[in-house]
Write a protein that binds this ligand. Structure first.
Ligand SMILES: Cc1cc2nc3c(=O)[nH]c(=O)nc-3n(C[C@H](O)[C@H](O)[C@H](O)COP(=O)(O)OP(=O)(O)OC[C@H]3O[C@@H](n4cnc5c(N)ncnc54)[C@H](O)[C@@H]3O)c2cc1C
Length: 272
C-alpha cells in the first residue's frame, strides 16, 4: 500500500479545469435530457470514526462545499501518495440527508485504499471526495413498502435509506452477514427495529448459540418468507457483491417481481 498523504491538499479550483469532472452515473436512467452535474473534488476532513466490526469502520467527514445527497447515492474518494500517485474508489453514503456526511468502509486485506480508510485515517486527516453520485439507486419515499436486501457492506446505502425514513412506510431489511460479529450497525438496527422496520438477519458462516435467525445464503425460499408480496409493488433495493446481488435478484424474479422493479448496486468481485 502506498504512503497516503494526510493533508495539505490544494483547495477546490474555482473555475473549470482538469480537476472538474462530469461524474458517470449521475444521470437519472431514463432522463436523457437531464442536465449533467459537474462535480468538483472537495477536500474533506475526518472528524470522527466508529468501529462497526473488526473489519469495518465508519468515517465521519466534513467536506466543505458538500451539496447534500439523497439516500442511496455514493461518493468517490481520492487518495494521493507522496509521489503524486492517486487512487480513486467509490463508497456509499451511510448518513441520511441532513446528517453529517459518513461513509462505512470494509477492509480488504490486500486492498490499496480500504486498509488506509479502516486502519490508518485519523481524526484531522484529509483526503478528497466528489459527489453525490448516482440517480438510479435512490429511494424516494412515496408510501409504497420498501424492501431492502444487503450482503456485508452492501448494507451501507440501505442504512442511509433506513436512517432517512420518517413516515409510516413499512420497511423490511434482509441482511446477510458471515457471522454475528460481522453485522454492521447491529445495535442501531436492533434499536430501530419495530413497528415500521422489520430486520431479518441471515448468518452464513457461523451462528451463536441460541440463534433464531436464518443460517444460510439467500435463496428464493428465504425471500418468499420475508419479502412483501409482489402485488404490493414494493420498492426493492439490493446491494452487495456481484454474486450476492445476482442471487437475490434471481430469487425475487422467481417470486414474481418484475426485473425492472429491482434496483441493484454491485460493490465488487467476490465480497460478502
Ligand atoms: C457504487 C459503489 C459503492 C461502494 N460502496 C462501498 C461501501 O459503502 N463500503 C465498502 O467497504 N466498499 C464499497 N465499495 C467498494 C469499494 O469501492 C472498493 O472496491 C473496496 O473498498 C476495495 O478497494 P481497495 O482499494 O481496498 O481494494 P483494491 O486494491 O481495489 O482490490 C484488492 C483486491 O480485492 C478485490 N476486490 C475489489 N473490490 C472488492 C469488493 N468490493 N469485494 C471483494 N473483493 C474486492 C480485487 O479484485 C483485488 O483482488 C463500493 C463500490 C461501488 C462500485
Amino acid at each position: 500500500m502506498p504512503t497516503w498523504r494526510r493533508g495539505g491538499f490544494a483547495t477546490t479550483p474555482s473555475k473549470p479545469g482538469l480537476e472538474e469532472l462530469t461524474a458517470p452515473g449521475n444521470e437519472p436512467m431514463h432522463a436523457a435530457s437531464a442536465p449533467l452535474t459537474r462535480l468538483l473534488w472537495l477536500v474533506t476532513e475526518v472528524t470522527g470514526t466508529v468501529e462497526e466490526t473488526p473489519r469495518v469502520r465508519t468515517l465521519l467527514l466534513d467536506a466543505h462545499g458538500w451539496p447534500g445527497h439523497r439516500p442511496g447515492q455514493h461518493l468517490d474518494v481520492r487518495l494521493t501518495a507522496e509521489d503524486g500517485y492517486q487512487a480513486e474508489r467509490s463508497y456509499s453514503i451511510a448518513s441520511a440527508p441532513g446528517e453529517q456526511l459518513a461513509i462505512t468502509v470494509e477492509r480488504l486485506a490486500d486492498g490499496e485504499v480500504s486498509p488506509y480508510l479502516v486502519d490508518e485515517a485519523r481524526e484531522g486527516d484529509g483526503f478528497e471526495v466528489r459527489g453525490p453520485i448516482g440517480g438510479y439507486f435512490v429511494w424516494e419515499d412515496d408510501g409504497r413498502p420498501l424492501f431492502l436486501v444487503g450482503g456485508g457492506s452492501g448494507v451501507v446505502p440501505l442504512m442511509a435509506m433506513i436512517r432517512s425514513a420518517s413516515g409510516p412506510t413499512p420497511i423490511r431489511l434482509l441482511y446477510s452477514s458471515r457471522t454475528r460479529d460481522d453485522v454492521i450497525y447491529r445495535e442501531e438496527l436492533d434499536a430501530r427495529a419495530g413497528e415500521g422496520l422489520k430486520v431479518f438477519h441471515t448468518l452464513t458462516r457461523a451462528q451463536p448459540p441460541g440463534w433464531t435467525g436464518y443460517a444460510r445464503r439467500i435463496d428464493a425460499e428465504l425471500l418468499r418468507e420475508v419479502a412483501f408480496p409482489a402485488a404490493e409493488r414494493p420498492h426493492v433495493f439490493v446491494c452487495g457483491s456481484t454474486r450476492f446481488v445476482d442471487a437475490a435478484a434471481d430469487g425475487l424474479v422467481t417470486l414474481g417481481y418484475e426485473p425492472e422493479s429491482i434496483k441493484t448496486e454491485r460493490f465488487g468481485a467476490t465480497g460478502g
